[in-house]
Design a protein around this ligand. Structure first.
Ligand code: DGJ
Length: 540
């Protein structure tokens, strides 16, 4: 090969690489017209996520999961990057496993969220390298109120911060080098359920001295409180607030430094607790005891928001099985300064949780904690979320377009609820869950759907136009009626099509029927196995 040809070839390769990097804009979490949007490839995206088990993010194990991810209809896989694996000796980085996993995830057509298991993992330090664990003199641990070190690093330590930040930055720099053109990784979680489990705060002499002093003026001002000592400003939650302040400062520094080399959206996740949110355990619900102290639990959100501007979203993990608490948690984390993002949820309620999250709280992402994904979905609960994601993928452009508006609503079955009414511009919509079959057979009690262990009726209704709706869901009948007080008293179906959005364009797969019963209005039936249906109506 001549030199000229080689030069031409290299220039062409470089130009293609640049063009490809340019053709995929960096993912961004933005607020537009008062609504949060997660932009991936320049388009609004909804994370339909699955999280790999804590000890499963090794290449061999992950590669066994590919069919499981597909079966669950994920578009994003969330997996840990272990500090102790990428930096086994201080200053020596090994990204071989990292690269193999990333290439594999990309080859599956999936996007990824990296979970940085650094200083904190569930309030402890288990994924720090041994050179950190074995050197408590250098990497200070939290000292509990009895004067004993615990299995959690102190957020007060600048030395530990420096070590974590160095490793995180090395990872982000490497990620940029190997993924900028593809943007497989769309978000990064900084630490995992950070906080101190085992003590409400660090009681080392230096820390005690700071605690006795004034609460920092900028924090006090941002929270619109009166200056004073930590106790005076924060009262009974002073110890927790103190820990949250140092923890949020620390994590903000790590995130900020990482974004300086590769500005992907960064978020933290939360082991929630306090003020009655921890309803799974018969224990007093206290920071450092039932949940890691200093994390961004609901009553620490204002503090975290004020003190960690480099964190784009605060995502509470939501494992509650009681719908009241499940909704309370989503409510607390949906704020004008915070989009709802769920990266960990699971079991029974999750399939319904998805409908609430997407329609009522305009979530930018919903991720299921899956552990080992190598087999078939682990039981009906997981399979139900997989079915949600199948429809979610099919409806994604319409959902992301209408989230955060009055045009997207959910009707979700709960115990004691047979139907829900939804109000739209020109129509009232009634969603009946598991309605009895119509006609002669309806007289026999045997035709009622058996009561499932978990309520399973769940429906999204999206108003696409004056007389056009997208209906997505399971086990329900959706009836339309013109709003009261309009010029119309009745409606009928013009078309009823099952289908899917492909590259943003609706494609009909099944033409449904438009006939309707004599005594009802137009009804769309959604089978227990689920359907996505576009309907056109007319009013008369
Ligand atoms: C919450 C943690 O963030 C996850 O890493 C995992 O340990 C789950 N708990 C366990 O279900």
């Amino acid at each position: 090969m001549s030199h000229r040809f080689v030069r031409y070839f290299l220039t062409l390769t470089f130009a293609l690489a640049v063009a490809s990097a340019q053709s995929r804009p960096i993912p961004r979490l933005i607020k537009q017209d008062g609504k949060f949007r997660f932009m991936v490839d320049g388009k609004p995206f909804l994370i339909l996520g699955g999280q790999v088990g804590n000890i499963n993010a090794y290449p061999d194990l992950m590669e066994r999961d590919w069919p499981g991810f597909k079966a669950m209809n994920l578009n994003t896989v969330e997996y840990p990057v272990y500090w102790n694996v990428i930096e086994p000796e201080e200053g020596r980085f090994d990204f071989s496993g990292f690269d193999r996993i990333l290439t594999g995830v990309r080859s599956q057509g999936l996007r990824a969220i990296l979970l940085w298991f650094g200083t904190w993992k569930n309030g402890a330090m288990d994924w720090t390298p041994n050179w950190v664990k074995a050197n408590p003199q250098r990497f200070a641990r939290v000292i509990d109120s009895g004067g004993h070190p615990i299995r959690s690093l102190s957020p007060m330590s600048k030395v530990t911060l420096e070590a974590d930040r160095t490793a995180f930055v090395a990872m982000m720099k490497h990620l940029r080098e190997v993924d900028e053109a593809d943007r497989t990784v769309i978000m990064v979680q900084v630490e995992n359920e950070p906080g101190s489990l085992g003590s409400v705060r660090d009681f080392s002499p230096e820390s005690n001295q700071l605690f006795a002093g004034p609460a920092p003026a900028p924090l006090v001002a941002a929270l619109k409180k009166k200056p004073g000592s930590w106790k005076e400003v924060f009262g009974r939650i002073a110890d927790e607030a103190f820990n949250a302040y140092y923890l949020s400062s620390y994590i903000n520094e790590v995130a900020k430094a990482g974004k300086e080399v590769y500005p992907l959206p960064a978020y933290i996740n939360v082991w929630n607790g306090g003020y009655g949110t921890n309803d799974n355990f018969e224990r007093f619900d206290r920071p450092g005891e039932t949940y890691p102290s200093g994390g961004a639990v609901a009553h620490m959100l204002d503090l975290w928001k004020a003190n960690a501007p480099s964190i784009d979203a605060i995502a509470s993990d939501n494992y509650h099985q009681n719908p009241i608490t499940y909704l309370e948690v989503m409510n607390s984390y949906t704020r004008p300064d915070n989009p709802l993002l769920i990266v960990e949820t699971g079991a029974g309620i999750a399939a319904r949780g998805f409908f609430y999250a997407v329609a009522r709280y305009a979530a930018v992402g919903f991720g299921l904690m899956g552990g080992d994904w190598s087999g078939a979905p682990s039981g009906p609960d997981q399979a139900n979320v997989g079915a949600d994601f199948r429809l979610g993928q099919a409806a994604l452009p319409a959902i992301t377009e209408l989230q955060g508006t009055e045009k997207l609503k959910a009707a979700v079955e709960e115990r004691g609820t047979g139907a829900r009414n939804l109000i739209f511009t020109n129509y009232d919509v009634m969603v009946r869950f598991h309605p009895p079959a119509r006609g002669a057979a309806a007289a026999s009690p045997g035709v009622f759907a058996a009561t499932a262990a978990e309520p399973s009726g769940r429906v999204l209704v999206a108003e696409l136009g004056a007389d056009e709706f997208l209906v997505m869901g399971f086990g329900s009948a959706v009836e339309f009626r013109p709003v009261q007080g309009s010029d119309y008293t009745a409606a009928q179906l013009l078309s009823n099509e099952q289908g899917v959005y492909q590259n943003g364009v609706w494609k009909t797969t099944v033409h449904g029927e438009t006939a309707q019963g004599d005594y009802t209005g137009p009804i769309v039936n959604l089978p227990e196995t689920g359907a996505l249906v576009k309907v056109k109506l007319m009013r008369y």
